[in-house]
Ligand binder design. Structure first.
Ligand code: SAM
Length: 294
């Protein structure tokens, strides 16, 4: 696909480049924030599954507004499987959030002081096998929740990508154990055609006596019946669409001049991936090409 057609097909992709965000995902967090005012008073944050870093950019911008003169700078810890280009003021960790060792490293940054918010935009490499994709997504969310129970202060907020698949009621029920308010939100920049949504869990309040432990990473999705919880175990979570309704619709194609008053120029991404998985494929292809030549 040419640069122009991607710019045309995806207005948020184009806007991200124009506004200096590393990914269009920035708009999802910004639109959820418009609805929930996520960052009021927030000074310490964890960004799980953070690469290429647009949510960390949003965090960095929003949290810096909460820091008074002479105060310690905001603390932001960003984690991803992929290497991420540096971002000023953001501590970066490369690791798998489902691994205990990664969780322990994150926790070690919060010795003595807890995070005010944990966000997770984790997504597996989608296979197209819906059950598998939803399952892996749920595992990521539960791994993120587990890390959250170690680092989030009481009253804090957890925001995470969720796939609204058939196991969703179990996830809602698990989240409701830890948070007083759980809301499912769909920002306008997230395509309607995608089952992606963002769960906003507010007012962290673990059950009395709950001891966070990495030995029990909550990764069990096996429950009986037809995968539907019933009675008091079934949590009905409100669903909220967020983002300005008169704003851009992520499922629509706009003329290339729609987002700007100046003439259209296709911009390079704000930050190209520094070590994309496709690099190996390109190298292998090159290697094959040279092997055929000799
Ligand atoms: N929020 C990011 C931003 O705004 O730039 C975009 C995140 S991207 C949609 C999803 C990320 O999840 C990918 O960078 C991927 O490497 C990461 N990821 C997937 N599984 C992971 C895991 N087990 N541990 C850590 N990161 C993971």
């Amino acid at each position: 696909m040419g640069k122009t057609s991607k710019d045309k097909r995806d207005v948020y992709y184009r806007l991200a480049k124009e506004q200096g965000w590393r990914a269009r995902s920035a708009f999802k967090l910004l639109q959820v924030d418009e609805e929930f005012n996520l960052f009021e008073g927030v000074k310490r944050a964890v960004d799980l599954c953070a690469a290429p870093g647009s949510w960390s950019q949003v965090l960095s911008q929003k949290l810096s507004q909460n820091i008074g003169e002479g105060e310690e700078p905001a603390k932001i810890v960003a984690v991803d499987l992929q290497a991420m280009a540096p971002l000023s003021g953001v501590i970066q960790l490369q690791g798998d959030i489902t691994k205990v060792s990664t969780a322990e490293k994150i926790i070690s940054y919060f010795e003595g002081e807890m995070a005010d918010i944990v966000v997770c935009d984790g997504a597996p490499d989608v296979t197209g096998l819906h059950d598998m994709d939803e399952y892996i997504q749920a595992q990521l969310l539960l791994a993120a929740l587990n890390i959250t129970t170690h680092v989030l202060r009481t009253g804090g907020t957890f925001v995470a990508k969720i796939f609204r698949g058939k196991d969703i009621t179990l996830l809602y029920a698990q989240l409701k154990i830890f948070f007083k308010t759980v809301t499912c939100s769909k920002p306008r920049s997230s395509r309607n055609s995608s089952i992606e949504a963002f769960i906003v869990c507010q007012d962290y309040c673990p059950p009395e006596g709950y001891q966070p432990t990495m030995a029990n990473p909550l990764l069990d999705l096996s429950y009986g019946g037809n995968n539907e919880l019933a009675g008091p175990n079934r949590e009905i979570v409100p669903f909220i669409a967020c983002g300005d309704l008169s704003g851009y619709d992520s499922d629509k194609t706009y003329p290339l001049t729609a987002a700007t008053e100046s003439p259209y120029v296709s911009l390079e991404p704000t930050q190209s991936p520094i070590s994309p998985p496709y690099k190996t494929a390109i190298n292998l292809k090159r290697q094959n090409f040279y092997n055929k030549l000799v």
